[in-house]
Design a protein around this ligand. Structure first.
Ligand SMILES: C[S@@+](CC[C@H](N)C(=O)[O-])C[C@H]1O[C@@H](n2cnc3c(N)ncnc32)[C@H](O)[C@@H]1O
Length: 256
């Protein structure tokens, strides 16, 4: 993707938590954080100046996330906490886990919003049916509504089953969604197609869902090339190559 080409980055990356849900499902690259800095460097590169990145993160690796965000050129501009009406940890811990959190990160000096949203918001259970850590569309909608305008392009480089994409469509934004796991990529495309068939607030074309690859080529938005998990050592910019595969987003209405 060209530099300064998206208006909002909204993402929910792996937390580096080694997560496994009650059914044994896990999240790719949740067992390491070697992708963290390269991914956010790319996010900062493709984000327009004076715009926002909102990123969920895992509280227990907060130091790593904050260091990477700052090193990538983002300035923490706020923290958003969602209060869950239920406990999300399966095993007994020191605390009941009842919140999700995200940082609002500024690139440059975005203008102040007319009506700021609260930094504590209610959380709606997604059901986690399509993805083990599926976020509620309502949470993404609130963020997209607050930090972008109709027709803007929203990028989610860790898209999962496409929650951000669905929320973007619902609000008349375009989106680029990138996902590594083929099953979630397929789910995201299906969700986006379904969302697309509903009446839209404006006729903005959607942009595409890209399967993260190291050598994505032309054509459809989610073409299979080579897929990777990050392993030990500095990643060979796998995230970057996914983000930089411009030709995969050239056809707005061509899900593979
Ligand atoms: C926390 S989940 C996102 C869930 C998403 N918010 C949803 O509602 O479905 C993080 C996602 O990042 C994906 N992922 C991990 N490494 C990746 C990479 N290098 N490039 C793209 N996606 C990656 C995982 O497969 C996982 O689906």
């Amino acid at each position: 993707m060209p530099p300064a080409s998206v208006d909002l980055v909204l993402t929910d990356p792996p937390y580096g938590a080694g997560y496994r849900d009650r059914a044994g499902r896990s999240v790719a690259n949740d067992d390491n954080l070697v992708w963290l800095l390269p991914a956010f460097e790319e996010a900062a590169r493709v984000l327009k100046p004076d715009c926002f990145c909102v990123s969920f993160y895992g509280w227990h690796r907060a130091d790593k996330f904050l260091s990477a965000w700052k090193a990538a050129g983002f300035r923490p501009a706020g923290q958003i906490v969602w209060a869950k009406p239920y406990r999300s940890n399966a095993r007994r811990r020191f605390l009941e886990y009842r919140h999700e959190c995200a940082y609002l990160l500024a690139k440059g000096r975005p203008p102040l919003p007319q009506a700021p949203i609260p930094d504590v918001l209610p959380w709606e259970y997604s059901g986690n049916r399509r993805h083990p850590t599926e976020k509620p569309v309502s949470a993404m909608r609130r963020l997209i509504g607050a930090f972008s305008k109709p027709d803007d392009i929203v990028l989610d480089p860790f898209a999962g089953c496409g929650t951000t994409a669905v929320a973007a469509l619902e609000l008349g934004r375009r989106f680029v969604a990138i996902e590594l796991a083929p099953q979630y990529c397929a789910g995201a495309r299906a969700a986006a197609r379904k969302g697309r068939s509903k009446p839209q607030p404006n006729p903005t074309p959607w942009v595409g869902i890209i399967r993260a690859t190291s050598a994505a080529s032309s054509g459809s938005a989610c073409r299979r090339a080579t897929t990777h998990r990050f392993s030990a050592g500095r990643p060979t910019s796998r995230m970057s190559s996914a983000i930089t595969s411009t030709n995969t987003i050239s056809n707005p209405s061509a899900p593979a």
